[in-house]
Write a protein that binds this ligand. Structure first.
Ligand code: ACO
Length: 332
């Protein structure tokens, strides 16, 4: 019989592209200001990938760092899941490119699309494979080149997003006190609200034409205020459910690692859950919203900076296009 708590995080890694684009740089492109962006979002700068740097390049580098931190070899992996909405190509999957680049000859790889919730959807998928006993060692990645979907003339969206990749290694371990244990997983979606946050053009609904490239339908479209409201409601609900599933309360949480979209969203969630803001991890000032990459990058930074102690209770929670939402509780 499968054990619901046999999946543990044994390593983390991240990679951010070198080029820094500050709010002051964006003032030169659109009618905005550092003051507006900082006060409305908390973002100060973001990283933008080189033109020839692909999502799978960033994902592979994050994966190598995660494997080093876990002390495993590429041949040890039997599953690769990449969460992304900016794949290298429609197909093959980005996971297949990562498999080739890192030499994970014994793994099976596929992608998951759940926008900013993608990494937690991928973690929960890997958890089911591992708890069920069919896979032992998985590489779970959130990686995005959102700069490829940005309309640099739209001040409503171009200030929000950035590029980057984060990765974790999860492994079967059914001992009760294994570090990094994934205690619970909650996920949800509501396709009725798909129109509030999407990239309408460029795929099969509106294949690329000269006209829709000119009208920028192949870039991110978002109703910011509506997205904000739903994000707060769903992230609070998902957090409460994930904690309940783990048999824990908000007072047990040592650190919340939320999706990094907007500092105000994180503050409201912390207040509603009754968790002091000092117990939330924030790095969106440096990277903006990197969609599926925000949580694994934040987890890696929290781990490497010494912010996480063995046994700490971590609450991961995300919200994104779809709409989609997800949450997991980890005993570090
Ligand atoms: N600079 C200056 N002014 C701006 C800018 C800008 N960059 N962008 C918008 N404005 C203006 C608007 O035009 C508007 O002007 P008006 O009142 O004259 O019409 C005014 O500022 C206020 O605009 P709002 O959209 O109401 O601003 P708001 O306070 O809601 O902040 C924001 C906008 C930052 C986008 C916020 O709504 C937000 O963070 N939403 C949630 C985003 C999110 O969580 N996404 C998650 C998932 S992302 C994914 O899945 C890929």
């Amino acid at each position: 019989m499968s054990n619901p708590c046999s999946c543990s995080i044994i390593g983390t890694g991240s990679y951010m592209p070198k080029r820094v684009v500050t709010n002051n740089d964006l003032e030169k492109l659109v009618d905005t200001s550092d003051e507006w962006i900082t006060s409305r979002t908390g973002i100060k700068e973001r990283r933008i990938a080189a033109v020839d740097e692909t999502t799978s390049d960033m994902a592979s580098e994050a994966a190598r760092r995660a494997m080093t931190s876990a002390g495993i070899r590429p041949e040890d992996l039997d599953l690769i899941i990449v969460a992304t909405v900016t794949p290298d190509m429609f197909f093959p999957s980005t996971a297949c490119f990562v498999q080739k680049k890192i030499g994970a000859i014994n793994a099976v790889g596929f992608d998951i699309s759940a926008a900013c919730s993608g990494f937690l959807f991928a973690l929960q998928t890997a958890r089911h494979f591992i708890n069920g006993g069919s896979r032992k060692t998985a590489l779970v990645i959130g990686a995005e080149k959102l700069s490829s979907l940005i309309n640099w003339e739209d001040r409503n969206t171009c200030i929000l997003f950035g590029d980057g990749a984060g990765a974790i290694i999860v492994r079967f371990d059914d001992s009760t006190d294994a570090p990094g244990k994934v205690l619970s997983s909650v996920m949800g979606s509501d396709g009725n609200l798909a129109h509030l946050l999407s990239v309408p053009g460029g795929a099969s609904a509106q294949p690329i034409t000269f006209d829709n490239v000119l009208s920028r339908t192949n870039t991110i479209h978002m109703e910011g205020r509506e997205t904000f409201k739903h994000a707060v409601t769903r992230m609070c609900q998902a957090s409460e459910e994930a904690l309940m599933q783990a048999g824990l309360k908000t007072t047990d949480v040592d650190l919340v690692i939320p999706h990094q979209a907007n500092r105000r969203i994180i503050s409201v969630i912390a207040e509603r859950l009754g968790i002091p803001e000092e117990r939330t991890f924030i790095n969106l000032d440096k990277y903006g919203n990197t969609s599926a990459a925000t949580i694994p990058v934040a987890l890696d930074e929290a781990s490497r900076s010494g912010r996480l102690k063995r046994g700490d209770i971590l609450l991961l929670v995300a919200f994104g296009g779809g709409f989609t939402w997800a949450s997991s509780v980890i005993a570090w």
